[in-house]
Design a protein around this ligand. Structure first.
Ligand code: AR6
Length: 200
């Protein structure tokens, strides 16, 4: 009930642009959070977040999928950024993606909560600085970088909630999307979200 499987198009037609209306909103998190299962490269949002590495020059996993879908121009722009520290984030254009921007963040290798929290904060701060209204996060660090999904999910939800509660820009942001790829990850998120809703 917390997510919808999306039918999204990769077309770069006139439709390109934010289209968040079809994402079901979660009652928690000030009605600004959606949990969906999708390929993040298909989402029409102001920004998708990339789980990159320090070089920002591409890689496997979601990083590879984003670079493949965005086209060569993305790597070109990334090459001008001088890499990125773990826990930090940098923004580029979205090129051939339906998303307007890509926020590249570098998650920790293994379970380092401070660094993972810093990824979500740095990404959300770029959303704010660029006056963006919608952003979609993948499950940062939980693939190739080996962060346990449950622990990472806890950090993600905690950090997003705190940001929504404390940052003034939270009123302006329309939607934060947690975009999960694997069915087993959706199950973990659902459990944790339910628990958190119960706490409210
Ligand atoms: N859409 C949404 N989520 C996806 C997609 C997709 N198309 N593809 C994979 N995921 P990972 P990391 C999920 O490994 O652990 C790269 O080589 C995946 O199921 O992509 O942060 C970089 O260059 C998992 O839940 O990123 C770095 O070297 C999540 O995305 C390194 O991997 C993150 O898995 C970063 O590792």
């Amino acid at each position: 009930e917390y997510y919808a499987n999306l039918k999204t198009s990769k077309s770069k037609s006139a439709e390109k642009g934010t289209n968040i209306s079809k994402y079901k909103v979660n009652e928690a998190f000030n009605k600004k959070l959606s949990l969906i299962r999708a390929d993040i490269t298909t989402l029409e949002v102001d920004a998708i977040v990339n789980a990159a590495n320090q070089t920002l020059l591409g890689g496997g996993g979601v990083d590879g999928a984003i670079h493949a879908a965005a086209g060569k121009q993305l790597k070109k722009e990334c090459a001008t950024l001088g890499g990125c520290e773990t826990g930090d984030a940098k923004i580029t254009e979205g090129y051939k993606l339906p998303a307007k921007h890509v926020i590249h963040t570098v998650g920790p290798i293994g379970e380092i909560p401070d660094k993972l929290q810093s990824c979500y904060r740095a990404s959300l701060n770029l959303v704010k600085e660029n006056n963006l209204k919608s952003v979609a996060f993948p499950c940062i660090s939980t693939g190739i970088y080996g962060y346990p999904v449950k622990a990472a999910t806890d950090v993600a939800l905690q950090t997003i909630r705190e940001w929504l509660e404390k940052d003034k820009y939270a009123d302006k942001i329309e939607r934060i999307i947690l975009c999960l790829f694997l069915k087993k990850d959706v199950e973990v998120y659902e459990q944790l979200l339910q628990r958190r809703q119960g706490m409210r």
